[in-house]
Design a protein. Structure first.
Length: 282
């Protein structure tokens, strides 16, 4: 992908991977979801959507040790304290919705590496990514009801993740949840005891996934998204399996796995599956 500079985050490779990127939010003082961040994130996602060489995995982290991503700029919805006249608040809110839709529709695996506050809009972005991993300082929460509004971009997805009753509890109480409890109820995938362990796991995971064929990754995300939307089916997944099995990349990998397993005989390779499946790509 062509390099482009953004105001509110930086982009670096994950370890030495050519197919995994890390986006690091850096928008002082509080990583507010304002016009600049919305424009940057929207432009970045559009570039992924258009790129022929898009990364397979993108990790989102923060340069701020206390804040992963904060809430929406309240001036965008305040009548008494509106945004400056040159800011089109309705356009900004529309961009917020578009950005969340792109996270769900682009065939890239998006990972939220949260070790700080992810509240309001920050939580909306986190829950609309494909996975969330949290460090010991992660605090997620939804203050919208305390402001008389609703968690527009995250309510539906959070209910899918933790169930309707728990989603209602955490929305209407406007209380923070820590990483351990969030992991226990499924708000995040896993919680880690230190920021170092969090980074080590996410980097290793992203690098491993980025080695695998793009077709399988994209088809798996599509099947999951269809399931969330209520349109998924075994028939759809089987059609993708058959289509992918005829691709050159898949055929090369299948041949390699047969060879590594000494033609599917009982040995260390077969007994160490699925972990051993990555050997072909090492």
């Amino acid at each position: 992908m062509a390099e482009q500079k953004y105001k509110t985050f930086t982009i670096t490779p994950v370890r030495s991977s050519q197919h995994a990127l890390r986006v690091t939010f850096s928008s002082p003082p509080i990583n507010l979801i304002g016009v600049d961040l919305l424009n940057d994130l929207h432009a970045f996602l559009i570039s992924l959507q258009k790129a022929e060489d898009a990364p397979k995995v993108v990790v989102f982290s923060s340069a701020d040790e206390k804040i992963w991503l904060s809430h929406l700029d309240l001036h965008l919805i305040s009548a008494q304290y509106p945004a400056p006249p040159e800011v089109d608040s309705q356009a900004a809110l529309h961009r917020l919705g578009e950005t969340i839709q792109l996270l769900n529709s682009i065939p890239v695996i998006f990972i939220a590496e949260v070790n700080g506050l992810a509240v309001g809009g920050g939580n909306e972005f986190a829950v609309n990514m494909d996975m969330r991993f949290a460090g010991p300082d992660a605090r997620l929460g939804i203050p919208e009801v305390a402001g008389g509004v609703v968690h527009g971009g995250g309510l539906h997805r959070l209910a899918q993740l933790i169930g309707p009753a728990r989603a209602l509890e955490w929305n209407i109480s406007a209380k923070a949840i820590d990483s351990k409890e969030a992991s226990r109820i499924g708000w995040v995938n896993s919680a880690f005891e230190s920021g170092e362990l969090l980074r080590e796991y996410v980097d290793e995971f992203a690098e491993r996934v980025s080695r695998f064929p793009r077709g399988g990754i994209e088809a798996t995300k599509k099947g999951i998204q269809e399931t969330l939307a209520g349109t998924g089916s075994m028939e759809n997944d089987m059609k993708r399996l058959v289509q992918l099995a005829h691709t050159q990349e898949a055929q090369g990998a299948i041949s390699g796995l047969i060879e590594l397993g000494d033609d599917q005989t009982r040995g260390s390779f077969e007994l160490e599956l699925p972990d051993a499946s990555s050997r072909y790509w090492e």
